[in-house]
Design a protein around this ligand. Structure first.
Ligand code: IMP
Ligand code: MG
Length: 178
């Protein structure tokens, strides 16, 4: 059944059961890759909160979780926007860090933010994203774990919003164009 949010119509795209199965597969992969490494999972708010919670509860290895929010502001450099992390209190030195994102669209956000992570000298950094849109990618960002690669269409639900709404929908919807 289609749903209406503000002025747009969205149609069912990926069911909760399919999401659950893929998140389980990703968790199994991370369990295997990080056994004995006690990774620090860092969820990027707001969009990743649901995916991060689902993924994290399926980890059976020792792991820690923390959340950050990215704030982008106009910097003084010629490159324009600067992205800074709010709430990053953990010492990343020597840690195995897994950044958890809802979606890599153009890649701009993570591209701008990753240097801040690397500057803190973690032992390793990987990116786990729920979605990526390969056709929309404009920056050199690559996910190490990706649940679904999708077409370049606007999606809603499972933590992702349209103008603040729809984050609570437990499955994924896609914008209906007609
Ligand atoms: P990027 O910097 O272009 O990669 O954009 C990443 C951010 O844009 C994501 O973390 C989302 O918050 C938001 N975003 C990108 N595509 C969508 C979408 O289809 N639906 C909802 N939010 C999106
Ligand atoms: Mg986001």
């Amino acid at each position: 059944m289609d749903i209406h949010v503000i002025d747009k119509t969205f149609t069912p795209f990926i069911t909760a059961a399919t999401i659950d199965a893929r998140v389980s597969e990703m968790a199994a992969q991370i369990n295997a890759d990080y056994e004995g490494k006690r990774p620090l999972v860092i969820g990027v708010l707001n969009g990743s909160f649901m995916f991060a919670a689902d993924l994290f509860r399926k980890l059976t290895i020792e792991a820690e979780i923390s959340f950050i929010k990215l704030a982008s502001y106009k910097g003084t450099t010629s490159t324009g926007n600067v992205v800074t992390a709010i709430g990053m209190e953990e010492n990343l030195n020597g840690r195995h860090v897994i950044i958890v994102e809802d979606i890599i669209d153009t890649g701009k956000t993570l591209h701008a933010f990753m240097p801040e992570i690397h500057n803190r000298q973690p032992a390793s950094v990987k990116i786990a994203t729920f979605l990526s849109k390969p056709d929309a990618l404009k920056y050199d960002v690559k996910a190490d774990y990706c649940a679904f690669e999708i077409e370049n269409k606007f999606v809603l639900g499972y933590g992702m919003d349209y103008d603040g709404l729809g984050r609570n929908i437990p499955e994924l919807y896609v914008l209906k164009e007609n």
